[in-house]
Design a protein around this ligand. Structure first.
Ligand code: GAP
Length: 429
């Protein structure tokens, strides 16, 4: 296991703030405990992750259908799903400083902050409550969803009937989830408002092990091929009996070596027929050929969006002599290309470079920079992960070509302007 390195984490947080990836939420009002806002570059990175995920798991498969459900559902959903009763963490309070902690995150009986004596642990429900409608009364109490998953169960019959799916098939959703976490923290690792990308994959009971293995492989593929995370930073953890969520018969956590230690990135669970049985009085699926009516079982690959962002930033962050480089896969980088005029004060260069920029940005997310010297501009783009920088110089006017500089190798080559889009397409694909 890698040694936790808070220094690296501080550098990443500072880079995120300085370059517009992630800001503290409500900052001008002193912030709001562990809420974070994605800035101009952060939203590009996050959208790239979500789009890649949707493409891989929804568009490129025949056995998947997507939904986008309401964040607030009828409270009966949470009664049936067991969340109102079971979705809790053990909380302890320090008798001296009154700070509260997750009992299962504390080693020993004393307060990690002041050394004071801790009270008895009690269960604290994580559901985030609010009121729907003007009256703040019991009848109007509702909850923000703590997972996107339940909508896939509640909408199961609607999807089945409108989509003519047959087992095995899955329903996917990307969206926000809310949890009243006792101790949020570690930047965007544990938040009270976060995003999930989830799949509920419906199967016949006898096929659950096979489907579980299939999704385990798919999750590895996503992490290493799609995100390009370094395999050696990822570990599987078989969650033992007694530690799994109330609905799960088997869970594997994929853990990542964050700078603050090895912790959960994603989860893969076998939810059996727990959810559909709780929501539907009668079995919701009929196998016409076999003449059977049954409750499908469920394999659930669950991916946190924010944890994907965090793992990517940690994996991509490199310090090389005097430069910092975010070695993001080009498909994920906020900008694919940056375009510069060699000098800002030469109108003929600026105008021609602008023409190149206007052309390039029709096809790729592109940045324009004309400040400072070229070296500084390269470093500024390296730090945000831009794979290619294009410079228009005096030779460009005569030769109709530009310099293209590669982020990872720092090598430069001349490319004809009319071939630039093809060149970039080839490199970025
Ligand atoms: N539907 C199953 C489910 O919600 P989970 O393990 O509680 O399972 C799934 O959450 C994923 O959501 C986690 O693996 C993690 O990536 C992300 N996640 C959970 N709680 C989070 C939080 N407080 N902040 C950020 N991400 C979180």
């Amino acid at each position: 296991m890698k040694k936790p390195d808070s220094n690296v984490m501080e550098k990443i947080i500072s880079l995120c703030k300085r370059r517009g990836f992630i800001f503290p939420g409500s900052e001008i009002y002193g912030g709001l405990a562990n809420s974070w806002d994605y800035g101009p570059l952060g939203v590009e990175l996050k959208n790239n992750i979500k789009q890649l995920w949707w493409k891989r798991f929804v568009h490129q498969r025949d056995d998947m259908a997507g939904i986008d459900a309401a964040l607030i559902m009828n409270p009966k959903v949470w009664e049936a799903s067991g969340h109102l009763k079971e979705f809790s963490d053990p909380l302890v309070e320090c008798k001296k400083c009154k700070r509260r902690f997750r009992a299962d995150h504390i080693e020993g009986n004393s307060c990690p902050d002041c050394g004071g004596e801790l009270g008895q642990p009690r269960q604290f429900n994580l559901m985030l409550k609010t009121f729907l409608g003007p009256a703040e009364e019991k009848a109007n109490e509702v909850y923000f969803r703590p997972e996107t998953a339940q909508a896939m169960f509640v909408d199961f019959k609607n999807v089945l009937e409108t989509n003519r799916k047959k087992l095995p098939f899955g329903i996917a959703q990307v969206g926000k989830a809310f949890r009243n976490e006792v101790t949020p923290g570690n930047f965007i690792f544990r938040m009270r408002e976060f995003e999930q990308m989830e799949i509920e994959y419906f199967i016949k009971e006898e096929n659950w092990q096979e489907a579980f293995e299939h999704w385990k492989k798919e999750m590895w593929g996503w992490m290493t091929e799609s995100l390009g995370l370094d395999k050696k930073n990822i570990h599987e953890f078989e969650v033992p009996d007694g530690e799994r969520a109330h609905y799960s018969k088997r869970t594997i956590d994929f853990e990542y070596e964050y700078p603050f230690g090895r912790k959960e990135l994603y989860g893969l669970a076998y939810r059996a027929d727990f959810d559909l049985k709780n929501h539907f009085k009668e079995a919701p699926y009929q196998d016409i050929e076999a003449g059977e009516i049954l409750y499908p079982h469920v394999i659930e690959p669950s991916f946190g969006v924010d944890r994907s962002v965090l793992a990517l930033l940690c994996d991509a962050y490199h310090e090389e002599s005097e430069r910092v480089v975010l070695k993001l896969k080009p498909a994920l980088a906020p900008y694919k290309v940056a375009v510069f005029p060699l000098l800002k004060n030469k109108p003929e260069l600026v105008a021609k470079a602008r023409e190149v920029y206007d052309e390039v940005k029709k096809e790729f997310t592109a940045a324009w920079d004309d400040r400072g010297n070229i070296g500084k501009r390269y470093y500024a783009q390296d730090e945000i992960g831009t794979p290619y920088c294009v410079t228009f110089d005096f030779d460009s006017i005569k030769k109709h070509d530009v310099t293209v500089r590669d982020r990872d190798t720092a090598k430069q080559e001349r490319v004809k302007i009319k071939e630039l889009k093809n060149f970039l397409n080839e490199k970025l694909s």
